[in-house]
Ligand binder design. Structure first.
Ligand SMILES: [Zn+2]
Length: 356
């Protein structure tokens, strides 16, 4: 089971993961604040439809609608007793969507696992490592029972939480992809850098199948984190990029993302050129974005071919930065630096991300 994704990568080349879940449900009637995971039980057809749209658009990997389906998050909606049923259903709806698609059995299912939303005791909160590990295990084992191929642990910001989630994946004997969200200055909300994340992973006895970055500020910023990982990555671990369409803006009561299909395909082109193994999208990414990403990834031309840096970098730093600046925009141009972000703003960003 653990080699499934790597074998698939070897067979198919760069793989495409799907886009957003929650933000695509908004156009189908999901209200802000409602947990998208409940749709597995009350609107299963909508869940299957979105999976099918992503498969049609070219996604090789689809993620279950279970990002916030852990007891800690579901408790906020008085649904903590539904962890098993929601995760079982999330996996089986993804499996059903694949069986209904033309290319039956040619897609893989990642069981989406998001953060608990609680702070660890080590930084002043109430969550113990043991409790976090048991919360993740409860979700992992239900996703496994429902039929996912591996876990897709995403949007994490602390290494303690990465540790607890990977512990759950090992205990449930499921392989895992794990991605963190890097915000300003290439640091997660808890201050972890891509390099520190990598160092932490390299010390683990059981390695995840893939690691990478998701969400965050936007494609240009995410690419800087991804490149830092690529330059230090053990080649047995796949590199994953799931960038969002930028920070959501609220206009006339609706959520709006700046990332056009053109921007997201340029981001995918850069991902491919620096050697990312799996490219997908996070918040704001629609099936149309995924179609555009797939088209770029299928294109064999690499603009970085024959460009190797004398410093040992995978690509020349100047060339890389010039392409980011010209194709995607200057990193952190529109965002406040972390030191000056008011607490409220950071919290609301975390909240916005809750609806992957
Ligand atoms: Zn996101």
């Amino acid at each position: 089971m653990k080699n499934l994704l790597r074998n698939y990568r070897t067979k198919h080349g760069v793989l495409i993961a799907d886009g957003a879940t929650g933000t695509n449900y908004f156009s189908k009637g999901l209200e802000t604040g409602d947990p998208p995971e409940l749709w597995n039980l009350i609107k299963p057809d909508n869940v299957i439809n979105l999976h099918q749209e992503f498969i049609k658009a070219g996604a090789d990997i689809i993620l279950t609608n279970s990002f916030g389906a852990n007891s800690s998050r579901l408790k906020l909606h008085d649904c903590e007793n539904k962890v098993k049923s929601i995760n079982l259903e999330a996996a089986s709806l993804a499996r059903k969507a694949i069986s209904l698609s033309k290319n039956k059995n040619e897609n893989l299912i990642g069981g989406s696992v998001g953060p608990t939303g609680e702070l660890f005791k080590s930084i002043g909160g109430n969550l113990t490592y043991e409790k976090a590990a048991s919360i993740f295990y409860e979700q992992a084992i239900s996703l496994k029972e429902g039929g996912v191929d591996f876990l897709w642990i995403e949007t994490l910001s602390s290494l303690e939480e990465v540790d607890a989630a990977l512990h759950a994946s090992e205990k449930s004997e499921l392989g895992a992809v794990v991605t963190m969200s890097f915000d300003t200055s290439k640091r997660t909300m808890m201050g972890v850098t891509p390099h520190e994340f990598l160092k932490f992973i390299s010390k683990r006895k059981v390695k995840p199948i893939g690691i990478g970055a998701n969400c965050g500020i936007g494609p240009p910023e995410l690419l800087l984190s991804i490149k830092e990982m690529k330059e230090n990555l053990n080649e047995d671990i796949l590199l994953v990029a799931k960038g969002n369409c930028g920070i959501p803006e609220y206009k006339e009561g609706k959520i709006f993302y700046k990332g056009t299909e053109e921007i997201m395909s340029k981001y995918a082109g850069l991902c491919k050129d620096i050697g990312v193994d799996i490219v997908g999208g996070c918040c704001g990414t629609t099936p149309e974005h995924i179609r555009a990403i797939k088209n770029i990834v299928l294109n064999k031309v690499s603009n970085f071919e024959n460009i190797k840096s004398s410093s040992g970098s995978i690509i020349d730093e100047d060339v890389f930065m010039k392409r980011i600046n010209s194709e995607l925009g200057v990193p952190w141009k529109d965002s406040t630096q972390s030191s000056s972000i008011p607490k409220l703003k950071r919290t609301s960003r975390r909240r916005a991300r809750r609806s992957l």
